[in-house]
Ligand binder design. Sequence first.
Ligand SMILES: [Zn+2]
Length: 469
Amino acid sequence: MTGCATNPATGEKQLSLVGTQQEIAMGRQASQEVAASIGLYDDPGLQAYVARVGDSLAARSERPELPWTFGVVDDPAVNAFALPGGFIYVTRGILAHLDSEAELAAVLGHEIGHVTARHSVERISKAQLANVGLGVGSILSSDIARFGDLANAGLGLLFLKYSRDDERQADDLGLRYAIRGGYDPRPMTDVFTLLERVSQLQQASRVPDWLASHPSPENRRALIAAKIDSTRSSFEGTRVDRDRHLREIDGVVFGLNPREGFFRANVFYHPDLRFQLEFPRGWKTANQKQQVLAVSPRQDAIVGLALAKGGSAEAAARTFASQQGLRTSAFRRGDLNGLSAASAEFEARTQQGTLRGAVVFVEDEGRVYQLLGYTAGQLWGGYQREIGAAIASFDRLTDQRILAIQPQRLEIVKLPSAMTVEQFAARYPADLSRDMLAVINQVRPGDRLEAGTLMKTVAGEDVSGRSPQ
Ligand SMILES: [Zn+2]
């Protein structure tokens, strides 16, 4: 199972758990999970832009033969990540925050470095070994196992935590690839500054994933600045390509896209699918591509909604009931707020014990939804009412204002005259805090901006509360 291989990027001998073909297969599978669970951003031009920059760097790396794939995921968070085998993703959120093609090259070069130095595959194989050790391979049906995974942050594998040494090595390799690609490497330091500012802005909310998995940007900025200095190059003729980057990201969706569902307090609205659902108060909610769910404050109960397979509520109920390890009560046909539905309670045996819950399949506009809630068997009595009320709250969305909601989009403007940051903010009013405006433009209060400078602003209304991007 283990072997010793030479690290292609560093030349060092290292213990290798996984061969190249297996590494590629792991990455390919994980990338399909990314596409299914986060979703790719639907903009071929933007996808092509990121692929062009990424491919040009990867071709100059030590592992040019990998099936390098670069993509933009439809996620407002400021994040980038590398999967084994050369599958690399940036979020639309980080693209909106970056200020030049050279900054994008810095981010992609760093992620390429995690792949060429085989960090991703080593981390992922250790995580998989750990999972096997915990006996995660339960007999649970895929439906329920999927919910269980999400309760444990099932995407954790994708957002690997690297060691500080790994990070430094990826920074060094990223610097190498950016220089080989003809980019000015100095904007790398601006990326670290940006990440620090994003994290400060979000202190009250959550830490961006990229920061959680890529620690201490201030420290790394100093290190990389010293490295850039020590190359003693003039960097004349190297590329920054600020305007080109800004033209590429003009119009990108900014923040949460409310069309794909959003929360107001504990009520979830989905304008595209025209339904709403009220989750228990105080539960932690998450809106994912394939499901929306809430976890109890003690993390011992879960309730959520997903699309079900099957042409009718009854067909979906039959499929559900036929799953191994599951015992359901007889399904009751009825209606849920005027919609045709089938409901039951169930019990599932798992390696962790017995789970009890309730499930309802409901038909709406040709779709069948599965509403599912469960907890440990002995806790069911305490949660039954709350879970039942959440499931029963599923209803058609008819509020015209919510049905018409549109996302905010980045808008690139050209300054007609020189002005300060404050004058810029006043001249182009946007539904966005001044702090956020300064961060996405990578400017500070009081900075003077030249006439003709391209700047970012945001068009549209922030209807869903500030998103965690
Ligand atoms: Zn990293």
